[in-house]
Design a protein around this ligand. Structure first.
Ligand code: PEP
Ligand code: MN
Length: 333
C-alpha cells in the first residue's frame, strides 16, 4: 500500500481480496503496510486490485512460502516473548535443562542461567524421546515447576509442545511454545499453535531442507500467528564425531529469504559438551539472533541429554564470550 493509504483504504483492499475467496493479511512495515494474499492456487489477476485507492503495486511472490518471505515483508521481524525481544539488536540466549526433572533441579538451573545473563528459561515438561522407555518428562507437574522458576527468576519460559492434545495446557503455562525437530512437519500441531497465538519457537527437522523449514513456519503464520522464531539445531549426516551436524550456513540462507528471527542450538547440534561453546561462538559470528543452550547443575545425573549439558560455570563463561563477540557483531547481550 502507498505510505499515505489510510485505514479505510487498507480495509477496502482486504474486503476485496476476501470477496475473491482469498485470504488477506495486513503486514505493517516501517514505511507502509503490505497486504499478503494467500489461498490462491494459481496466479491472481492483479487487474482487480491495482486500481483500488491506496494500492501502490501488486507484486507476485514467486517463492512457495509467502508470509515468511522478505518479498512480502522486507524488514526483519522482532518477536516478543514476555518483555524479551528477539530479532532486534540484542542477542537473546534461552538456557536451562533439557528436561524438567524436579523443582530443585529446575530452580537451581534457572537461577544459574539468570545470574549469568540468559534472557529466557528453557526446559521440557513433555519430552520427545526416541525410546518409549526413556524419561518422558513430568508433564503438567513440569509445567507448574517452570511457572515457579519463572516467578523466582523473572525469566519467560520456553517449553516444548508435543501434541495437539496437550497444546492448550502447555500454552496456559508457557510464554513460548517450542515445536521440536521431530514435530517440524506435524501439520496439525503447526496449525494448532498458529491458532493459540503464543510465540512459537520452531526447530528445524533433522532432515529438513530450508524450503521445508520455511513452509512449516508458513503454516503458523497462515493461521494468523506471526510470532515465530526459527531455530537451527543440526541435521543428520554421516559425521560420527558429533550428534548432529550444526548447519550454520542455514542461518544466512534463511535470513536472506525470510524476515523471521533465527536462533542456533549448539547443544543438540553437537551433542557434546566440549563443542557447545566453540559452536556457540560460530553461530553468533554467522549472524544468529541468539542461542538455545542446555545447562544442568549435575549433568552426570541428568535424565536426558546429560552429555551435551553445560555446567552453570561453563554457561557463565559462554555468556562472557558472547558479550565480547557481540561488540564485534554490533549487537548487545
Ligand atoms: C530439546 O530442545 O530439548 C529438543 C528435544 O530438541 P530437538 O527437537 O531439536 O531435538
Ligand atoms: Mn535436549
Amino acid at each position: 500500500m502507498d505510505s499515505r493509504a489510510d485505514r479505510s483504504a487498507i480495509d477496502h483492499v482486504i474486503e476485496t481480496v476476501e470477496k475473491m475467496g482469498l485470504k488477506a493479511t495486513a503486514i505493517p512495515g516501517a514505511q507502509r503496510v503490505a497486504i499478503g494474499i494467500t489461498g490462491n492456487r494459481g496466479t491472481v489477476d492483479p487487474a482487480g486490485l491495482e486500481n483500488l485507492p491506496g494500492v501502490l503495486e501488486v507484486i507476485p511472490v514467486s517463492a512457495p512460502y509467502k508470509l515468511v518471505s522478505r518479498e512480502v515483508q522486507p524488514e526483519s521481524s522482532r518477536v516478543r516473548i514476555g518483555a524479551v525481544e528477539i530479532g532486534g539488536d540484542r542477542l537473546v540466549v534461552a538456557a536451562g535443562p533439557c528436561a524438567v526433572e524436579s523443582e530443585q533441579q529446575t530452580i537451581e538451573a534457572a537461577r544459574a542461567v539468570a545470574a549469568a545473563g540468559a534472557a529466557l528459561l528453557r526446559g521440557g515438561a513433555f519430552k520427545p524421546r526416541t525410546s518409549p522407555y526413556s524419561f518422558q518428562g513430568l508433564g503438567l507437574e513440569g509445567l507448574k515447576i517452570l511457572a515457579k522458576a519463572r516467578e523466582e527468576t523473572g525469566l519467560p519460559v520456553v517449553t516444548e509442545v508435543l501434541d495437539t492434545e496437550t497444546a492448550e495446557t502447555v500454552a496456559e503455562y508457557a510464554d513460548c511454545l517450542q515445536i521440536g525437530a521431530r514435530n517440524m512437519q506435524n501439520f496439525s500441531l503447526l496449525k494448532k499453535v498458529g491458532k493459540l497465538g503464543r510465540p512459537v519457537l520452531l526447530k528445524r527437522g533433522m532432515a529438513a531442507t530450508i524450503e521445508e523449514f520455511l513452509l512449516s513456519a508458513e503454516y503458523v503464520l497462515a493461521e494468523g500467528n506471526r510470532q515465530v522464531i526459527l531455530c537451527e539445531r543440526g541435521v543428520r549426516t554421516f559425521a560420527d564425531h558429533t550428534r548432529n551436524t550444526l548447519d550454520l550456513s542455514s542461518i544466512p540462507a534463511v535470513q536472506r529469504i525470510s524476515h523471521l528471527p533465527i536462533l542456533a542450538d549448539p547443544s543438540h547440534g553437537t551433542g557434546k559438551r566440549h563443542k557447545v561453546i566453540p559452536l556457540s561462538r560460530a553461530a553468533i559470528a554467522v549472524g544468529a539472533d541468539g542461542l538455545l543452550i542446555e545447562v544442568h547443575p549435575r549433568p552426570e545425573a541428568a535424565l536426558s541429554d546429560g552429555p551435551q549439558a553445560l555446567l552453570p560455570s561453563q554457561f557463565a563463561d559462554l555468556m562472557n564470550q558472547i558479550r565480547a563477540l557481540s561488540i564485534v557483531m554490533g549487537r548487545s547481550v
